[in-house]
Design a protein around this ligand. Structure first.
Ligand SMILES: *[C@@H]1O[C@H](CO)[C@@H](O)[C@H](O)[C@H]1NC(C)=O
Ligand SMILES: *[C@@H]1O[C@H](CO)[C@@H](O)[C@H](O)[C@H]1NC(C)=O
Ligand SMILES: *[C@@H]1O[C@H](CO)[C@@H](O)[C@H](O)[C@H]1NC(C)=O
Ligand SMILES: *[C@@H]1O[C@H](CO)[C@@H](O)[C@H](O)[C@H]1NC(C)=O
Ligand SMILES: *[C@@H]1O[C@H](CO)[C@@H](O)[C@H](O)[C@H]1NC(C)=O
Length: 437
């Protein structure tokens, strides 16, 4: 009896495994990815040096939980002190559980390079090697030329991709410039012209790179925890019209040239009242990076605000855009480079007016357009529909926790959408290449 039972189970197992394999085969058609094996100097060794990068705070605390960082508090399941530059680790960890991995590079549609490019860039950006920033990446190229060079050569690297967790600008220093100027030249090296780089921000005319969302602090491990957050966001009372969480633009210091941040500060300080809101405007002062690893500081106010202002800073994009979306706070942009021309894989490019507001910065700075007036004039019903649309974007812009429970995997998160986009981009590149040959 026991033997029979055993063999029936065995048979069932075989059928199940076979079905699983057949399903996998189908699901993975055109989606196979090979992870290139790289020596540890291209990834893990860079983590071992986490406390030694010059001029920067100690990175070691942010490496925990495969790059998610430490939990915000011990009982938290979904909230972490995440540093955006850890996307290289977070992505690598998620790649390891990607369902369509193949050990055979010649079966794969795409080759992932687990090189922590942004971490490695630090020694050129800040360190003693800043005079050699044109060399960034050449050691990787030499390795790929020496070790199984036919993998790189098969599609002339058009099928290779990697993550570079900084704005592409930081890697786009022309080779003819004095290397002491900010930035490395990784994306300017002809050796890397054909690969795809996932960056936190793309250039205005991107070639290799495509922007993916900044990692926020929210990494739910299960569908239940995501849904309870969505419920909280949906029910949250919005007593503030407009919120700005960020630094710069304050009264003291800074330049005297007009900028949007300055306009926001002066409008906020002078804001009067509105019967529909307890407060017209609030500023969460995030100067000196105090908010970066402390999401409680800005997530609570964002939950209470209808609109979250996203002025450009040193660069046009901000992590805060994604924090705001998570909080159901409608993002207000001041230029298209802040999101619309960047995150096409994650935020629907043709529907920006359904989930965000655009107030051109020139209108504000040079023609005196008042941001708060524009927002006050938006009818309440429109505000509600904008917010509802923002809520639908939440699952797409978060990076769920690795090893999350199965129910959550049905919702495409920022990682899944980045993979879909990368595979599409590589497919069209390789097709073009094949049609030429
Ligand atoms: C790590 O730091 C040591 C000492 O600062 C340095 O010699 C080594 O090159 C660094 N390794 C990497 C991979 O940056
Ligand atoms: C959180 O947990 C760690 C280790 O389990 C413990 O050392 C620490 O004291 C705890 N912190 C709090 C605030 O409970
Ligand atoms: C970089 O080169 C300049 C001269 O070209 C030199 O003055 C400077 O000390 C060098 N910096 C480092 C970190 O070696
Ligand atoms: C990049 O691809 C083009 C064809 O699209 C090819 O001519 C060129 O040699 C490739 N560059 C490298 C470095 O492989
Ligand atoms: C805000 O008020 C200050 C004086 O209290 C004034 O100098 C400034 O121009 C006002 N800003 C705006 C935008 O009205």
């Amino acid at each position: 009896m026991g033997v029979l039972k055993g063999s029936v189970w065995g048979l069932l197992m075989i059928v199940w495994v076979w079905k699983l394999a057949a399903g996998e085969e189908e699901k993975c058609e055109n989606r196979w990815i090979h992870i290139r094996r790289l020596p540890s100097r291209f990834n893990l060794d860079l983590l071992a040096n986490c406390s030694e990068y010059p001029l920067l705070e100690d990175l070691c605390p942010f490496l925990g939980n495969h790059g998610l960082g430490q939990k915000t508090h011990n009982r938290s399941h979904s909230w972490y002190r995440t540093d955006s530059s850890m996307l290289e680790l977070i992505f690598h960890r998620r790649m390891l559980e990607y369902p369509c991995l193949t050990p055979d590079p010649f079966l794969a549609k795409a080759i992932y390079l687990p090189y922590y490019a942004g971490l490695d860039a630090r020694r050129y950006l800040y360190g003693p090697e800043s005079n050699f920033s044109a060399l960034h990446g050449l050691h990787l190229f030499h390795f790929l030329q020496q070790d199984n060079p036919q993998i790189w050569a098969r599609h002339m690297a058009h099928d290779h991709f990697l993550v570079m967790a900084r704005p592409a600008w930081d890697f786009s220093q022309p080779l003819t410039n004095d290397p002491r100027i900010w930035g490395t030249s990784f994306l300017e090296l002809s050796q890397f012209f054909n690969l795809t780089a996932l960056t936190l921000e793309a250039r205005a005319w991107p070639w290799q790179e495509h922007a993916v969302p900044y990692p926020t602090s929210f990494h739910p491990p299960s569908l239940g925890l995501l849904e309870s957050w969505l419920t909280r966001v949906r029910r949250s009372k919005r007593s503030i019209l407009a919120l700005f969480a960020g630094g710069g633009g304050g009264g003291g210091g800074g330049s005297s040239t007009p900028n949007v941040r300055r306009s926001i500060h002066s409008e906020c300080e002078n804001a009067t009242s509105d019967p529909s809101y307890e407060k017209l405007c609030e500023i969460v002062d995030c100067s000196n990076g105090v908010c970066e690893h402390d999401p409680i500081r800005f997530m609570r106010p964002m939950l209470q605000a209808s609109f979250c202002l996203q002025p450009p800073g040193d660069t046009p994009t901000r992590r805060s855009t994604f924090d705001a979306i998570l909080a159901g706070c409608i993002p207000v942009f001041f230029e298209e480079l802040s999101a619309k021309s960047q995150y096409g894989w994650h935020l629907p490019e043709n529907e920006y007016e359904d989930f965000s507001v655009l107030i051109p910065k020139e209108e504000v700075v040079f023609r005196g357009l008042r941001i708060l007036n524009v927002l006050q004039r938006i009818p309440r019903a429109k505000v509600r529909s904008l917010r509802q649309r923002v809520l639908t974007l939440i699952p797409n812009v978060l990076y769920r926790k690795h090893d999350s429970s199965p129910g959550l995997e049905d919702k495409k998160d920022a990682f899944d959408l980045a993979i879909d986009g990368t595979l599409d981009k590589i497919r069209s590149r390789v097709e073009k290449l094949d049609s030429v040959i």
